[in-house]
Design a protein around this ligand. Structure first.
Ligand SMILES: CCC1=C(C)/C(=C/C2=NC(=C\c3[nH]c(/C=C4\NC(=O)[C@H](C)[C@H]4CC)c(C)c3CCC(=O)O)/C(CCC(=O)O)=C2C)NC1=O
Length: 169
């Protein structure tokens, strides 16, 4: 599992290069956003349950067929599995935000996920919609907590969206 620093060092080491201007700029930008990243993680942590619950509510309001007979989140068990998945996405997004790197998402979340979803007929498009709803809600929470310049929030959510949507929708 990598973070912004170990990821950068890893690729420079592979090339046998000193940290050049680009590397230094990248490191500077990571360290400059460091405090805000940690604060954002704190804001998410204290609202995580509410963010997941409210995102689920919005998702099912937008796509009510998911929780109707025949829908993939129909029955209490599958409804709960869906919200649990949303909680996974939020928790791992928080790790990736602090790390400034999406490696943890590849390793712990995305690896094999599409295959699992396809085999259980969990629809990918609506899952992506749920991830994007959470992203917007996190941005609101982070703004409400007074954390500025929090553009980095988008990255893990958009990364999961991109990776999930690559095929098979
Ligand atoms: C930490 C990494 C990790 C992830 C990401 C993960 C996902 C994950 N979601 C699953 C199921 C599921 N996932 C969903 C999710 C949804 N259905 C919908 O209609 C919605 C669009 C969506 C919620 C947004 C549902 C309903 C199931 C149960 C499907 C079934 O058993 O039929 C399963 C199958 C096993 C199980 O039910 O636990 C896995 C492995 N597991 C992990 O360990």
């Amino acid at each position: 599992m990598r973070d912004a620093v170990t990821g950068l060092i890893g690729s420079y080491d592979l090339a046998g290069q000193y940290l050049d201007r680009n590397a230094v700029d990248e490191l500077r930008s990571y360290f400059n956003t460091g405090t805000a990243r940690v604060q954002a993680a704190g804001a998410i942590n204290s609202n995580a349950a509410a963010i997941v619950k409210e995102s689920g509510r919005q998702l099912f309001a937008q796509l009510p067929e998911l929780i109707q007979p025949g829908g993939n989140a129909y029955t209490t068990r599958r409804y709960a599995a869906c919200l649990r998945d949303m909680d996974y996405y939020l928790r791992y997004a928080t790790y990736a935000l602090v790390a400034g790197n999406t490696d943890v998402l590849d390793e712990r979340v995305l690896n094999g996920l599409r295959e699992t979803y396809n085999s259980l007929q969990v629809p990918i498009g609506p899952t992506i919609r749920g991830i994007q709803i959470m992203k917007e809600m996190v941005k609101e929470q982070v703004a409400a907590a007074g954390i500025e310049d929090a553009d980095f929030i988008d990255q893990p959510f958009d990364y999961m969206t991109r990776e999930l949507s690559e095929e098979d929708i």
